[in-house]
Design a protein around this ligand. Structure first.
Ligand SMILES: NC(=O)c1ccc[n+]([C@@H]2O[C@H](COP(=O)([O-])OP(=O)(O)OC[C@H]3O[C@@H](n4cnc5c(N)ncnc54)[C@H](OP(=O)(O)O)[C@@H]3O)[C@@H](O)[C@H]2O)c1
Length: 341
């Protein structure tokens, strides 16, 4: 399967008014893609579109609520009507509540699953007819929490586990029918976006991601790679990849490590109550619109792992060095046996 170069693509990003989506929309446009951006906040989308147009790019903002099927379908239909096709659909819309499971209200739990999972199903359903036609890419932004859950995040982790499973089913069914659509699950680690500023919290303080924290452009790199290379899963941020690996090797050790980290390292010192403005059911008026959040001092703008995973030549060199290293070890042990040592 061959995907188009970015400058020939029409890209829809659902959940692009801030954070990773905003950063990635700018980068797609910078590289010549025609970009359609969706989220609830019309003013934030308009300012993004203006930024892109000022730099000579093409961007159409379409305000939409992801839990409303008609609105999601309208985004896809409108994008295809304006530009004739959709080559890549990046699905990012997501909300969260930081609270122990027993303090997470039923309607909060339902809302998170509705936005993060049902909304993503609507996105995929709306995009797939167009992606089949263009032989394009469906890119779902899940999380490391799609594999390794974190305390205080029961509904969010459940929605991301569900989204990973749904993405796998979509991929298998498309493969079975011979459709040429690349389906990628991108799993970010902790990223410095407004996500933590706008999430509802019942921890008594503003939440934060388990360190280390990466800048959004680490995820942007993974998304741009997935838009041009058919790839199944991509972790964005090496720390996240380590947890995914640990979960496979020893689920118990991974749970213990995440329990220790999650219970303590997700809390800042900044007091914040459950009634503070949050974006769960509606956006915060004048809420943050930048790509970055409030952890810029500590955020890493680079991940060696993500660079390696998105650089084919580096992967071949890595494999070559591994084979050469294993060969050298085998040769040394054979030589010792022959010499009787
Ligand atoms: N930041 C992290 O540490 C991290 C880690 C792992 C995975 N992720 C994932 O990365 C993706 C992007 O998150 P982010 O960190 O960039 O956070 P963010 O800045 O809060 O972005 C979330 C986006 O979703 C949109 N959205 C929320 N509810 C919506 C709704 N009901 N309908 C339509 N759009 C809605 C928001 O816009 P409006 O408010 O304008 O609607 C915003 O554009 C999410 O899927 C998140 O789960 C983030």
């Amino acid at each position: 399967m061959k995907l188009k170069p970015i400058d020939e693509q029409v890209v829809v990003l659902f959940g692009a008014s801030s954070g990773i989506g905003r950063e990635t929309a700018m980068e797609f446009a910078e590289r010549g893609a025609k970009v359609v951006v969706a989220a609830r906040r019309a003013d934030a989308l308009e300012s993004l579109a203006q930024d892109i147009r000022m730099r000579g790019g093409v961007c159409v903002p379409i305000p939409a609520e992801v839990t409303d099927w008609a609105q999601v379908k309208a985004v896809a239909d409108d994008a295809a009507r304006r530009f004739g096709r959709i080559d890549t659909w990046v699905h990012l819309a997501s909300v969260s509540v930081y609270a122990p499971f027993e303090q997470t209200d039923p309607e909060e739990f339902a809302r998170i699953v509705d936005v993060n999972l049902v909304g993503a199903a609507y996105g995929a359903k709306a995009a797939l007819p167009y992606l089949k036609e263009s032989q394009g890419a469906l890119i779902m932004i899940t999380s490391v929490e799609a594999v390794q859950a974190i305390p205080f995040h029961s509904a969010y982790a459940a929605s991301k586990h569900g989204l990973r499973a749904m993405t796998e089913v979509i991929r298998m069914e498309l493969e079975a029918e011979g459709a040429n659509v690349s389906v990628t699950n991108v799993m970010p680690a902790s990223i410095n976006t407004p996500f933590f500023d706008v999430a509802k919290t019942k921890l008594g303080v503003k939440p934060r991601g388990v360190p280390p924290v990466y800048e959004p452009d680490v995820v942007t790199r993974a998304i741009l790679y997935a838009a041009t290379h058919p790839v199944r899963d991509l972790a964005a941020g090496g720390a996240g990849k380590s947890f995914i690996f640990l979960k496979r090797v020893s689920p118990w050790v991974a749970d213990q490590a995440m329990k220790a980290a999650g219970l303590t390292l997700q809390k800042t010192n900044e007091e914040k109550g459950p009634d503070a403005p949050n974006n769960l059911f509606a956006p915060i008026p004048d809420g943050p619109v930048g790509p970055q959040g409030s952890f810029s001092k500590e955020a890493r703008s680079w991940s060696l792992y993500t660079w390696w995973a998105t650089t084919p030549s580096a992967r071949w060199i890595g494999r070559g060095l591994t084979v050469a290293g294993l060969g050298a070890l085998a040769w040394r042990s054979n030589k010792r046996k022959l010499l009787g040592r």
